[in-house]
Design a protein around this ligand. Structure first.
Ligand code: NAP
Length: 493
């Protein structure tokens, strides 16, 4: 086993006061304090950064009430005005990018470069949806009988409850808020308990950008089950957009069924990364590092299983080990860091369990393979070779910096293995033969496929999964449609 990289120590940026973003719940444009508080911990140091408000059902319903009061004026606002407010959100996010990136890297632990990338990506949802807000059209057709015209008008769906995870605290929020506001909806955001500060920093930004009071409300809670269920049972709520684990998604779908609330689900992944013999090796390694190591592997689109054709397997494995070994592990806020900590100790323990299971089934540790001792939730970049098909990590999200490699011989074998999962979010294919790449892309059961690229996410493209990875799409022209309800009007002129 290779040596594990040393971990430098760096203090958080001295001028960033995290408590400034813990003023209370953000309801109706005001900050509401609560007696109960939720501690926010820096995963790099295990130090408390701040304590945010802890909403119960009453506060969550007050947020729904605020969203309901704000709804008529917001949906009636001319699209151009909504568009300009969203554009201002984009501009302010760009202006505040350094501060937001520092905050994200503190509460989430991700490397500053990853945090900067996230802020840029998150801001783009405002720019894109500012443009979408003025392009929402309807349809006019003729009934096949010729008797009348078919008019389809698109109206905002209503109040949307948005529930987001900790791994992209800015982007998962703006990917929902921006299209919802473009469509004319008002929202209540329930961010993850581990990373609420970014959501509250963005609440400041919405106000400064001119988003009217009550249009965006933010509530944090230590009891997400009860709080979300109460909001879903409120008949004024007509939309749930959730990003998170498949297990919680299933629970929320069942809850939403009680009030027949429209659901968008962005759930877990188990992305295959397929490298054919004819691939450009350097391009495949570059792509692998992005697909595996962006956010230290804590991404739903992260490459989880590497299927590498036998003719290129040894060279790919050696190249990947060299690159993983060169990565600098450290606190997210240290600009030199390339791989930050995991979000919690529990996350590290899950990785340890999956790696132990894989090695017990014959996998070889080519690099890394053991959690780092000391403060902070660090697991080093790790490469496992010859992982058996029945190892748990071939079927479950690792959500960490572990690359699991397995050989294949034929295209059919690779496609069969890639599809042998209940998930279907992202997939990666590396080959110089574009005809083969496109053919395999069409056979793979996933909502998104990258060919000769390690990154799929783009605010202008429909992001989402098939099978147990979710329902619906965010981004592109599809994103705003999710917050609109078609109304059909049969009309005789
Ligand atoms: P999670 O445990 O499902 O939590 C996600 C959100 O749901 C958090 O805000 C959480 O609140 C809340 N939640 C938890 N239990 C709930 C309940 N019973 N009722 C209502 N809300 C509840 O997921 P996570 O660990 O934060 O995120 C990692 C997962 O998200 C991975 O599976 C990843 O693949 C997936 N993900 C998917 C996408 C995508 O676009 N497809 C993007 C990013 C992440 P608390 O924080 O308070 O528990």
């Amino acid at each position: 086993m290779n040596a594990i990289p040393s971990r430098p120590v760096a203090d958080p940026p001295a001028d960033l006061d995290c408590t400034a973003f813990a003023k209370g719940l953000f309801i109706d444009g005001e900050w509401r304090r609560t007696v109960a508080r939720i501690a926010v911990v820096d995963p790099s140091t295990e130090r408390a950064l701040a304590e945010v408000a802890d909403a119960g059902v009453a506060e969550a319903l007050a947020a729904v009430e605020a969203a309901d009061r704000a709804a008529p004026a917001w949906r009636a606002k001319p699209p151009r005005e909504r568009s300009e407010i969203l554009r201002r959100c984009f501009e302010l996010m760009v202006e505040r990018a350094d501060m937001l990136a520092a905050l994200i890297s503190l509460e989430n632990g991700k490397a500053l470069t990853d945090a900067r990338g996230e802020v840029a990506y998150a801001a783009e949802f405002f720019r894109w949806n500012a443009e979408e807000a003025v392009r929402i059209t309807g349809d006019l057709g003729t009934a096949p009988s010729g008797a009348n015209r078919l008019l389809v008008d698109y109206a905002p769906i209503g109040i949307a409850v948005l529930v987001t995870p900790w791994n992209f605290p800015a982007a998962m929020a703006t990917r929902k808020i921006a299209p919802a506001l473009a469509a004319g909806c008002t929202v209540v955001l329930k961010p993850a308990s581990e990373t609420p500060l970014t959501a509250y920093a963005l609440a400041d930004l919405y106000r400064d950008a001119g988003v009217p009071d009550g249009v965006v409300n933010v509530v944090t809670t230590s009891d997400p089950g009860a709080v979300t269920a109460a909001m879903l049972d409120d008949p004024r709520v007509r939309k749930l957009s959730f990003t998170g684990s498949t297990g919680v998604g299933r629970t929320l779908l069942a809850q939403a069924a009680r009030s027949v609330v429209s659901c968008a689900m962005e759930l877990g992944g188990n992305a295959p990364f397929i490298v054919f013999d004819d691939a450009d090796l350097e391009a495949a390694l570059d792509g692998a590092m992005i697909a595996k190591m962006r956010n230290a592997g804590e991404a739903c689109t992260a490459a989880n299983r590497f299927y590498v054709q036998s003719g290129i397997y040894d060279r790919f494995a050696a190249g990947l080990v060299a690159r993983m070994a060169a990565m600098r592990v450290g606190p997210g806020s240290d600009p030199a860091t390339q791989c930050g900590p995991m979000i919690t100790r529990k996350a590290v323990e899950k990785i340890e369990r999956l790696v132990a299971d894989a090695t017990s089934r014959g996998a070889r540790v080519l690099h890394g393979g053991a959690a780092l001792a000391g403060l902070g939730y660090f697991y080093p970049p790790t490469v496992l070779g010859d992982v058996s098909a029945d190892a748990m990590l071939m079927h479950e999200e690792i959500f960490g910096p572990v690359a699991a490699l397995r050989r294949f011989e034929t295209e059919d074998e690779a496609v069969g293995a890639a599809n042998d999962t209940e998930y279907g979010l992202a997939s990666y294919i590396f080959t110089r033969d574009l005809q083969r790449g496109l053919g395999v892309a069409r056979r793979i059961e996933s909502g998104m496929v990258a060919i000769n690229r390690g990154l799929v996410s783009d605010p202008a493209a429909p992001f989402g999964g098939v099978k147990q990875s979710g329902l619906g799409r965010e981004g592109g022209h599809h994103g705003v449609l999710d917050y609109l309800e078609p109304k059909y009007i049969a009309v005789s002129f």
